[in-house]
Design a protein around this ligand. Structure first.
Ligand SMILES: C[S@@+](CC[C@H](N)C(=O)[O-])C[C@H]1O[C@@H](n2cnc3c(N)ncnc32)[C@H](O)[C@@H]1O
Length: 358
């Protein structure tokens, strides 16, 4: 049961996910849309055994850094959580969250951060959005549960062309329930994964490319999508193997027509063992860019049995990244990380970990 009581809480810090952490009556509360040091009034939205998810009712004492969020759907729509925070502060928060999570889960204190890359665009950076359509409403899912569709006619994170498409969709009369991804025409619409923030993705790719500059015999690009990350580094290797289970992504990778690339449709869990005999004792490099859930135990086991020279691990979730660091730690150690703010105004974090052999 959720109590209807209002509580006053002092926010201690903003943790991964954009949650403000505070304490009340021996319980930890997580409340969104707040800032460190603020005194707030909240009510319980969800009560768990060890913590409470709170709903922000009022900010009694504001952090002086707080700004007015520009989006009219902020706090209703589930997308953004940091619009009330100045951009430089958002990047600093995310950097601290990465340090804290790696320290807590991987037990590595004081990681080496090579650099932190802010997004050149703070708004209007998304090359696509996925909107949901329900009973004539077009929009995004609500922040609170049960998830509802919040009607929107534009999104401040999307670029102008995507917003024009969203507006046209809203004007349409008969709409079928479901969802639609609206793309910028710079990208061919295909159903596979593509990085959403072109400018930051390009900086991330150049970082990966320069790390692979020395080249070698084999590059294995696991979770390769349409080959975006290995495309520029491919010429430095005799052979490149890319694996992704999305056939359309692999078809897009093939269109790059890179002669030494072998693009494979399949599950990384199943394909790595098959490639093992070709790669095992060669000068091979591993590029990983898994989904949020990170690496499966079987993929970790395979990696540990292979003799890679270097691992570059691109991650969109510092928690699963840290868990995988622990699993790989028998043979591998984290040399450094780079943090890329691919998703300003949201809680999402993108990082690249550079792993070296112990
Ligand atoms: C974060 S995306 C990375 C894509 C690519 N590296 C890029 O930068 O565009 C993760 C990719 O992993 C693929 N994927 C997820 N789980 C997989 C699995 N078990 N086996 C193969 N591919 C998988 C998805 O289809 C998606 O393309």
């Amino acid at each position: 049961m959720v109590s209807q009581e209002f509580v006053e809480i002092r926010i201690e810090e903003i943790v991964f996910g954009g949650w403000g952490l505070g304490r009340c009556k021996g319980k930890i509360w997580f409340v969104p849309y707040v800032l460190q040091g603020e005194l707030i009034v909240a009510e319980a939205a969800e009560e768990k055994k060890d913590y409470v998810i709170g709903k922000l009712l009022k900010v009694v004492e504001e952090n002086p850094a707080r700004i007015i969020p520009p989006c009219q759907w902020y706090q209703l729509c589930g997308g953004c959580v940091y619009q009330h925070i100045p951009y430089e502060m958002q990047v600093a928060l995310k950097t601290r969250q990465v340090e804290e999570i790696i320290k807590k889960i991987a037990k590595i204190d004081g990681i080496k951060i090579r650099r932190v890359v802010p997004s050149p665009k703070h708004y209007g950076y998304r090359n696509r959005v996925t909107v949901h359509i329900r009973d004539g409403k077009v929009g995004f899912f609500s922040k609170d549960r049960p998830k509802r569709v919040i009607s929107v006619t534009s999104c401040l994170l999307a670029d102008e062309e995507v917003n024009n498409k969203l507006w046209e969709l809203c004007l349409r009369r008969r709409l079928r329930n479901g969802h639609q991804t609206l793309w910028n025409s710079r990208h061919k619409a295909y159903s596979g994964f593509r990085q959403v923030n072109d400018e930051v993705a390009e900086i991330l790719r150049s970082s990966v490319t320069s790390e692979l500059e020395a080249g070698g015999e084999v590059l294995l690009d696991a979770y390769c999508g349409c080959g975006f990350l290995s495309e520029k580094a491919a010429s430095k290797f005799k052979e490149v193997y890319g694996i992704d289970w999305n056939a359309r992504a692999i078809a897009a990778a093939k269109l790059l027509e890179i002669p030494n690339c072998n693009w494979i449709v399949g599950n990384v869990d199943e394909e790595i063992p098959k490639l093992k005999p070709y790669i095992k004792n060669r000068n091979a490099f591993l590029l990983l860019d898994p989904p949020e859930s990170g690496l499966s135990k079987s993929v970790v086991k395979e990696i540990l049995e292979m003799n890679f020279v270097k691992i570059i691990y691109v991650s969109c979730n510092p928690a699963t990244f840290s868990r995988d660091l622990v699993r790989l730690s028998i043979n591998w150690q984290l040399e450094s990380v780079e943090i890329f703010d691919m998703f300003p105004q949201t809680a999402e974090i993108e990082l690249v970990g550079f792993l070296t052999k112990r």
